[in-house]
Design a protein around this ligand. Structure first.
Ligand SMILES: [Zn+2]
Length: 212
């Protein structure tokens, strides 16, 4: 099979995400804000617009496909994403106060793909999750939004909603796989400056699945 051009949900070159943000350092696992249920977004003013723009800039600088507010140290239920689905369609958006819906019964199929997290950079492991997900919430202007899909997009929507609830994907792993994940993170730690991605990572040649 060969790839065919796909219809993108937005016109070419037109991003729905703000483009003028500043890169912020990414908060790592172990910081308290990563491991507690975050506060709902209630103020949709200028500070939120700046935060969203900065999160987009930070996600892009880190070459991630999704980023939650607590990953830049902010205690709010909010994430941004720009992620391909199984067919390579890129979907992007901003979701405040996300609510996740997953398939049940015979519609529930697990995808055992690799997963990584920008807050534990460099480490990846298999993490079983439903292969389809739907998220509802509001955007940064308090307008209702719904995103759903398969492939990496399904994984991303679940991973980011988990962040807003203080859960990291290590919490979903068996002890054995968690130990392996931390060992891999330790190995790549010297590549990531403490204020990464403000200071870029040290160049290396390992290739990986995009992290969220
Ligand atoms: Zn993450």
């Amino acid at each position: 099979m060969t790839a065919v051009p796909v219809t993108r949900p937005t016109l070419s070159g037109m991003s729905t995400l703000p483009q003028d943000g500043s890169v912020r350092p990414i908060t790592r696992w172990g910081e308290d804000v990563m491991h507690r249920v975050n506060q709902p977004v209630t103020d949709f003013g200028d500070d939120l617009q700046t935060l969203v723009a900065d999160m987009v800039a930070t996600m892009r600088a880190a070459e991630g496909v999704g980023l939650a507010a607590n990953q830049v140290g902010v205690d709010l239920q909010l994430f941004v994403f720009d992620c391909p689905d199984k067919d390579g369609n890129h979907v992007q958006g901003v979701v405040c106060n996300p609510k996740l819906e997953l398939p049940e019964g015979k519609d529930r199929n697990l995808d055992e793909g690799d997963e990584g997290c920008l807050s534990l950079p460099g480490a990846f492991t298999k993490c079983a999750r439903p292969d389809y997900a739907k998220v509802t919430g509001v955007d940064q202007h308090n307008q209702p939004v719904t995103y759903e899909g398969n492939g990496l997009l399904a994984r991303c929507l679940q991973h980011e909603t988990d962040h807003t609830q203080g859960m990291v994907f290590g919490d979903r792993l068996s002890r054995k796989y968690r130990k392996r994940l931390f060992a891999e993170a330790e190995e790549f730690a010297p590549d990531y400056p403490s204020d990464w991605p403000v200071t870029p990572m040290v160049d290396h040649d390992h290739e990986e699945t995009p992290a969220t």
